[in-house]
Design a binder for this molecule. Structure first.
Ligand code: PLP
Length: 462
């Protein structure tokens, strides 16, 4: 198994190169050169999540990791989740299901991938005798998930930039109370776009990049998509005993989660429709309607992890549906960055709408969905409510519909309380989060300040 760039440049790479490199040198995203096929579903049915996970992911990593080591690593990864099924599936009746992806340490679905990525970093870096400095920007969920994921390895130092005063208290405290000197939350005097711009600028500084051996954990990392394929398979096993097709409704921002559904389907999982559920930031839903992608200004909503104006992982789908033509894909991305828009051919548009459906959910419907399901004993956060609302609208008789729940309600307590009148409680293990001592650095929104800070901490660590 080799990995190719969606923009067609460079030589095919191995798994560890792709894991540590993140983005391809030509600016493209990595994809496997062929899709391996899943083992027969009956061989997976009834087995623990970690075993299913190891079977599903094995073809992607086999050239770089020994099987017993990989099995152990995957078992360790999912042992930290607080439910024996890891990603438990709830039957809501009438063919509707909800898969809870938020049972990991930071209460959002990003743990499913980042807990694994941290452990894979350790193996890859030990093998290569290197250390890594991870730099990322977060608007909320990614930062704490990345830090928790890298907590298990001494070989990675993590810096996460967050916009000062613009993440929720729970989200900030999940980063600032870890008490581990290698994990550095950094409050930036600016907004999320400033944080992202600083990260990009740091990566563009070749000398600095080499000096600290910079690595990335953002959602374009192939290993994150790979880990997310697994819960499509495990959910399918749970709701379709005869292996007949299942549909999924997926709360979407950067298109990483739902692209993993496309990957699962490409590996032979019988999937009917993938329903792209968006909030008011509906560039993807409008693309499905029209065949044209148009970047838009980002509006703030109660589901901030989906407040995205450009869905970076969509490039992977363009590559796939455009006949895996890297030059064509690169051309469209250039058009997009020049003009803020591109259009696909009617044939490509049809091949996408054949498999994907879109639902945009307004804020009133988010609140109404949280309230309605609260009345039936199902607690939802705003992101999960968007997925479930879309799933309810798009289900068909005879085809199970699985909505993916991406965050624990207590992660977004204000929105949930506003909808239901009841403030959701943090799980026991995080109950004292608001009392733990905080530690973080603060910088202005300038590259030199961020680099100085990173160098200073690197010197402390020596
Ligand atoms: C990141 C995130 C999403 C969006 O996932 P993408 O892979 O970016 O589409 C949805 N919900 C929650 C809670 C998230 O943290």
């Amino acid at each position: 198994m080799r990995y190719v760039s969606t923009r067609g440049g460079g030589e095919p790479q191995g798994f560890f190169d792709v894991l540590l490199g993140g983005l391809a040198p030509d600016g493209g995203l990595y994809l496997p050169d062929t899709w391996p096929q899943l083992p027969p579903l009956d061989e997976l049915r009834g087995r623990p999540y970690a075993e299913v996970a190891a079977e599903v992911m094995w073809p992607f990593v086999r050239e770089d990791v020994e099987r017993p080591e990989f099995d152990r690593l995957v078992a360790d990864t999912y042992a930290v989740f607080d439910h024996p099924d890891v990603c438990p599936v709830r039957d809501l009746g009438d063919g509707l299901y909800l898969t809870e992806l938020y049972r990991g340490p930071t209460l959002a679905f990003k743990d499913v991938a980042l807990q694994l990525v941290g452990r894979l970093f350790e193996v890859a870096l030990r093998r290569r005798g290197r250390r890594l400095t991870v730099l990322g920007a977060t608007s909320g969920d990614t930062g704490s998930a990345a830090m928790e994921g890298c907590r298990t390895t001494e070989l990675v130092e993590v810096f996460i930039l967050f916009p000062d005063g613009r993440v929720s208290e729970v989200q900030r405290r999940q980063m600032t109370t870890l008490g581990e000197p290698r994990l550095h939350p950094v409050a930036v005097d600016g907004d999320f776009d400033d944080c992202q711009r600083l990260v990009k600028a740091a990566f563009a500084d070749e000398a600095f990049r080499a000096e600290v051996n910079l690595g990335a954990v953002n959602s374009i990392n192939w290993a994150r998509v790979m880990a997310q394929i697994v819960y499509y398979v495990s959910s399918h096993l749970a709701v379709s005993p005869d292996g007949s097709p299942v549909s999924f409704a997926v709360p979407t921002g950067n298109f990483g989660n739902v692209f993993a559904g496309w990957a699962a389907r490409s590996m032979g999982l019988p999937i009917d429709k993938l329903v792209v559920a968006s909030n008011r930031n509906d560039v993807l839903v409008r693309f499905l309607d029209t065949g044209a992608m148009e970047s838009a200004e980002v509006l703030a909503t109660t589901s901030p992890s989906m407040d995205v104006g450009v869905s970076s992982n969509f490039e992977r789908l363009l590559f796939e549906t455009g006949g895996r033509n890297g030059a064509l894909c690169a051309e469209m991305m250039v058009t997009f960055s020049d003009r803020g828009t591109y259009r696909v051919s009617p044939a490509v548009h049809r091949s996408i709408t054949d498999r994907f459906d879109g639902v945009r959910v307004d804020e009133d419907d988010v609140a109404a969905t949280i309230a309605a399901w609260h009345g039936r004993g199902v607690e939802l956060d705003p992101h999960s409510a968007i997925g479930l609302y879309a799933g309810e609208r798009r289900r068909k008789p005879g085809v199970p519909m699985v909505a993916l729940a991406t965050a624990h309600p207590a992660k977004f307590p204000d929105a949930v309380e506003a909808a239901t009148g009841v403030r959701p409680q943090l799980p026991e293990r995080l109950a004292d989060l608001l009392d733990r001592p905080e530690r973080f650095d603060s910088v202005g929104a300038g590259l030199a300040q961020v680099q100085d800070l990173m160098r200073r901490h690197a010197a402390d660590g020596r």
